[in-house]
Design a binder for this molecule. Structure first.
Ligand code: NAD
Length: 250
């Protein structure tokens, strides 16, 4: 049984759908009830088994409740994908961000992944078995221009991944991260407006810098998550898998 946070849209939805098509029961969580219910209904429509639970990952009580509901319904929690994330409404230099803007991004992108893990790990330890995959970003390795709080949150998520991998590896839990480059989702569309440009201009500008010449499709990230969530990656722990069409090294 797997839980995917922020599964009501974009990459999270693609992960939830792929997991379900591989036979996993999926707990879809999101702060957006409409999107979350839609994903769960898509899974059920394809003959799968899904439960939607409203959860704002930045709230401890929501995370605790989501894990409780997942275990109540399916008896166990095998896989957690910490995918929920937010971007910044406007691109600007570090000193221009407000305290609120900084706190918000850190509390969802970084604290949220820790909080959901905090409540999922005891369930995994109960069976000495579990897998956590964190959706970071290449922004956590190389700063995204004019997006310091986002980049810092993703760098923190990478260190959260490594810390938990070292602590829990010998107790049956593997923790890995994926660092995507640009992916065609609503977040990428919002990023264009944060940079004060249209999505068309934005993609044109970034496409020139991506050696593969295109943004990723969410399913191309989901397939790597599936690999990290399967026994095929049994010796991977604490890794950061870059899936970015080589933009971060170009
Ligand atoms: P998206 O906006 O399409 O989806 C994000 C989902 O997270 C939404 O359904 C949203 O409601 C949910 N969410 C937001 N705040 C939440 C909260 N507090 N609690 C629970 N759910 C919440 O974006 P996406 O592109 O699919 O992003 C998914 C993840 O991938 C994010 O962590 C993002 O930072 C990361 N990422 C995206 C890209 C990209 O180019 N799109 C690149 C690298 C990494």
């Amino acid at each position: 049984m797997s839980m995917v946070t922020g599964a009501g849209s974009g990459i999270g939805r693609a992960i939830a759908l792929l997991f379900a098509s591989e036979g996993s029961k999926v707990v879809v969580t999101d702060v957006n009830d409409k999107g979350g219910e839609e994903t769960a209904n898509m899974i059920r429509g394809n003959g799968g088994d899904a439960l939607f639970v409203h959860a704002d990952v930045s709230r401890a009580s929501d995370c605790e409740n989501a894990v409780r509901e997942a275990v109540k319904r399916y008896g166990q929690l095998d896989i957690l994908v910490n995918n929920a994330g937010i971007d910044l409404p406007r691109a600007k230099p570090s000193a221009d961000f407000s305290e609120d803007e900084f706190d918000k991004v850190i509390s969802v992108n970084l604290k949220g992944a820790w909080l959901m893990s905090k409540y999922a790990i005891p369930e995994m330890l109960r069976r000495s078995k579990g897998i956590i995959v964190n959706i970071a970003s290449v922004a956590g390795i190389r700063p995204l221009p004019l997006a310091m709080p986002y980049s810092v949150s993703k760098a923190g998520l990478i260190m959260l991944t490594k810390s938990m991998a070292v602590e829990y590896g010998n107790r049956g839990i593997r923790v890995n991260a994926i660092a995507p480059g640009w992916v065609s989702t609503p977040m990428a569309v919002r990023a264009a407006s944060a940079y004060g440009t249209t999505y068309e201009e934005f993609t044109k500008q970034f496409l020139q810098r991506i050696p593969l010449g295109r943004f990723a499709d969410p399913t191309e990230i989901a397939k790597v998550v599936l690999f990290l969530a399967s026994d095929d990656s049994s010796y991977m722990n604490g890794a950061v898998v870059v899936v970015d069409g080589a933009i971060s090294i170009a």
